[in-house]
Ligand binder design. Structure first.
Ligand code: DQA
Length: 151
């Protein structure tokens, strides 16, 4: 069987991780998080494609391009989480599982962060565990697909 392909999407401002509000988002860089996802996926024999974009159109385009190609999507939509119905609709048109990840816990922050328009099209949301959340998302997908680690 072909290796599963996981699309990892990180939305606006996440390119600044490492020096963006480290008290909220931690000191690890986006490259660190991507490397962790790649390592967790490699242990399952899975391949990762990563996109970080500050543009809603790029994210919608990447989700469209994943249709019929990727097996699952792990997405931290950044602030788009709270209002991008375009990303919601693109994810709704993707037929594999979607896992929503947040480094911080939006529910314990400002009230405008309490709504996620992505949650209704995700199989689950992992929030508040910092970068560990990305690895937990891979773990959630491995259980969803019912696969065992190869190493
Ligand atoms: C975030 C939470 C969002 O509210 C915020 O706009 C972000 C990052 C997180 O990972 O905690 O950019 O998605």
């Amino acid at each position: 069987m072909a290796a599963r392909l996981i699309l990892l999407v990180n939305g606006p401002n996440l390119n600044l991780l490492g020096n963006r509000e480290p008290a909220v988002y931690g000191s690890a860089t986006l490259a660190d998080h991507v490397a962790n996802v790649e390592a967790s996926c490699a242990a399952l024999g899975w391949v990762v494609e990563h996109l970080q974009s500050n543009s809603e159109a790029d994210i919608v385009g990447a989700v469209h391009a994943a249709r019929g190609r990727a097996d699952a999507i792990i997405i931290n939509p950044g602030a788009f989480t709270h209002y991008s119905w375009a990303i919601h609709d693109a994810l709704a048109a993707f037929d594999g599982p979607v896992v929503e990840v947040h480094l911080s816990q939006p529910l314990s922050r400002e009230s405008w962060r309490h709504t996620s328009v992505v949650a209704p099209v995700a199989i689950g949301t992992i929030a508040g565990f910092g970068g560990v959340g990305y690895g937990l998302a891979v773990e959630a997908l491995s259980r969803h697909f019912g696969v065992a680690k190869t190493s």
